[in-house]
Design a protein around this ligand. Structure first.
Ligand SMILES: [Zn+2]
Length: 252
């Protein structure tokens, strides 16, 4: 019964008009939005409205929260949910946004996506298993040129849905899980070897840190460099296309 009510409430919210000003925001700040086929764009609008209705956004470090920030982040998070039955990141309650890369207390951190700047470990994003994603707004805006911190952190959220943060989100039927493990595992090992030999790689070498980072970085590349990924690693592309039920290389 609860499920039906939730479903109805979401359907009602998703059917509300999507403000024209928000279309402008997405056209400006979300490069992939302009490539989306029209039906996908409509679905994305509905899912974004639901996400905004259900999740809190908190301004941190002096940031002033705005519709621009909320809509830009929500829509990119919802790109990962298109064409699928979804419970809208059920473990997530708040998105915390800092103006730029941030320093935070280490103790509670599940997935610190570290970047070193000026000799210090600073973060452009984090995903916690208990309720939070943290993002640097400056880095959100800088995305779309091969990397995308929002897609990265929300891929971690999908990864936590089945309990473990291990690079394998919930995959449904068993055949898919074993194929996933084989294909992603092989590419992960290959990437680690290539990085160890100091050769350049399509996936950022940060993906060689752990299977969880591999999945998050592969998700960024799947959407942001779809054509190259399909050309250079067709089996990895296919596996991600099956999981996301999308074909971003077809948007070009
Ligand atoms: Zn990560």
């Amino acid at each position: 019964m609860l499920g039906i009510l939730k479903h109805r409430r979401r359907a009602r919210i998703a059917a509300q008009p999507f403000p024209e000003a928000w279309v402008d925001i997405l056209s400006r700040n979300f490069r992939l939005y302009r490539r989306l086929p029209a039906p996908d764009r409509l679905e994305l609008h509905g899912k974004t409205l639901v996400f905004l209705a259900e999740k809190d956004f908190e301004a941190c470090g002096g940031l002033v929260m705005s519709d621009e920030i909320r809509v830009t982040i929500a829509a990119q998070a919802c790109l990962l949910l298109l064409h699928r039955k979804t419970d809208y990141y059920p473990g997530l309650s708040s998105v915390l946004v800092y103006p730029r890369a941030f320093l935070v207390d280490d103790r509670q951190v599940l997935e610190p996506d570290l970047v070193r700047e000026g000799g210090e470990d600073v973060r452009r994003g984090e995903s916690w298993s208990r309720g939070n994603v943290i993002l640097s707004w400056e880095d959100v805006l800088a995305g779309g040129r091969g990397f995308n911190v929002v897609l990265h952190e929300f891929a971690h959220q999908l990864d936590t849905e089945d309990g473990d943060v291990d690079g394998a989100p919930w995959l449904g039927e068993r055949g898919q899980a074993s194929r996933w493990a084989a294909v992603l595992g092989e590419h992960y090992r290959e990437l680690r070897e290539t990085v160890a030999r100091r050769r350049s790689t399509l996936l950022d070498e940060y993906a060689a840190t752990s299977p969880a980072e591999f999945f998050a970085v592969a998700t960024e590349v799947f959407f942001e460099k779809a054509l190259r990924l399909r050309r250079e690693h067709p089996d990895l592309y296919q596996e991600l296309a099956r999981y996301y039920n999308q074909d971003p290389a077809g948007w070009y």
